[in-house]
Design a protein around this ligand. Structure first.
Ligand code: CTP
Ligand code: MG
Length: 194
């Protein structure tokens, strides 16, 4: 039944599967990042930092690497997927995710928000949206390009399905972030609840 396809378990599993490298790319720099900032400590015309010290080359490179490696591991778990496409897709969603975070920081600095200060929705969803866009721009919107077998379920995406995937993945991601942040806040590891 195509009319309910986005509620099928294989589609929801596929959506989560697809986005796993972006989650890794987004979270790895917190642990692996540091060092030289991407903006070279340069200022924008408003006199504030272009991106800030929270965006480093090491975080970007190791984050993309971590997400791509997880994509490679995923490739070995599924069947019938083209290896080049699987790895390029993991690379693109990881790179796009961290590009989304960089764009987010640019706008945070323009809004005079300090490093680490919360910018609702941008902080939680920017990495998913730009990550997904990076994949969409690169791949033609055909079913064959994102299609594989996971535990005997065929997972495939076309353009409309990718948009529906966002309908599922955006609220899920937002909820995951809110719960994780609340958890860190209650443990006293974070000053703000969001
Ligand atoms: N990080 C990094 N390089 C990146 C992205 C992140 O080194 N390209 C590290 C930084 O130490 C950063 C941490 O990961 O502080 C958390 O990332 P993020 O939440 O994106 O940065 P914030 O500290 O919240 O800074 P901002 O206000 O600019 O979003
Ligand atoms: Mg942050």
């Amino acid at each position: 039944m195509q009319d309910l396809f986005f509620l099928q378990s294989s589609f929801i599993i596929g959506a989560i599967w697809f986005v796993i490298p972006a989650y890794l790319a987004n979270s790895a720099p917190t642990v692996l990042g540091g060092g030289r900032p991407i903006d070279g400590r340069r200022m924008w015309r408003d006199g504030r930092r272009l991106l800030g010290d929270g965006k480093t080359w090491r975080g970007l490179i190791l984050g993309v690497l971590a997400g791509t490696l997880v994509g490679l591991l995923q490739y070995f778990i599924v069947e019938n997927e083209n290896s080049y496409e699987a790895i390029i897709r993991a690379f693109l969603i990881s790179f796009g995710a961290l590009l989304g975070v960089i764009i987010g920081s640019f706008f945070k600095r323009r809004k005079n928000l300090e490093r680490g200060e919360s910018f609702l929705f941008v902080d939680q969803l920017g990495f998913i949206i730009v990550g997904t866009l990076a994949v969409l721009i690169f791949f033609p919107f055909t079913i064959e390009n994102v299609s594989f077998m996971l535990y005997n379920e065929t997972i495939s995406f076309d353009f409309i399905q990718i948009l529906l995937y966002l309908v599922i993945i955006l609220p899920v991601t937002f909820a995951v972030h809110v719960i994780a942040n609340l958890f860190w806040y209650l443990l006293g590891k974070q000053d703000v609840p969001l």
